[in-house]
Design a protein around this ligand. Sequence first.
Ligand code: ZN
Length: 298
Amino acid sequence: MRKLIIEARVNEYMMREQGNPNVPYLPEEIARDAVACRDAGAAVLHFHARQADGSPDHAAESYADTVRRIRAASDILVHPTLGYVTLDQGPEARIAHILEMAKDPAGAPHFAPMDMGSVNVDRYNAQARRFETTELVYRNSTGTLTHFSDAIRGAGLKPYLVSWTIGFTRYVGAFMDMGLLEEPGYLCFCLTDNTFLGGHPGTLRGLQAHLDFLPPDRRIEWTVVNFGGNLFSLAAPIIAAGGHISIGLGDYTYHELGQTGVMPTNVDIIRRVAEIARELGREVATPDEARQILNIKN
Ligand code: ZN
């Protein structure tokens, strides 16, 4: 079985006030986590640029600064978000910062994300039985995705494909059929627990439904996120089935890993995943090995 690729999803837009003070915000904090997570077994780092108070930082320079700091300090593969501009802008504007970064070898990311469809992303409050917003759509039209696939390939980056539901995965198959995506594809199943209802639940059945609809006869390496929930309940079956793991404080506080009064860090989470892999007899990939598995060129 191929080695396990562990991705550290260090922050998303998780706020420290939501329960874990160890979420990194600033470029130097993200870079520090990158180095430590790499040492603990992570081959990929995913981040969102944040300001000192935790609010989103939309400046392209902050993304470039963060990637440069990470690459100067570590060989970990870098996966920044595409969420830097507002979604009501066109596809060219949404991906501009990634293409700009790709021109500078010291600051180039390795991946550029492509969520292969559109989905409602309003937060649902189950206790209050209401949606906190009602008009938030993560919109990725077919035309936008076509533009992204051309631009990402042109820049020499690896598309980080994201599937929220089976329909997204069918798009991956169609884009491979059209020659717009190369094999092996790297496909992330984004399970969503608790807050967002647009993905499959973070359960074995939620994951299995995804796996049942992987395009046949295509080389696809798949990884799993549980956005809003604890992915450890699925870690062993994912590792045993040959999947990869994408996990971190961006998705969930992981308070279950902490001790009294001490919340876990991203490093604690990555270390635990690596331990589970070793217990199951599966080796953990270094960044270089992940690069070979996924055929990453830069
Ligand atoms: Zn993200």
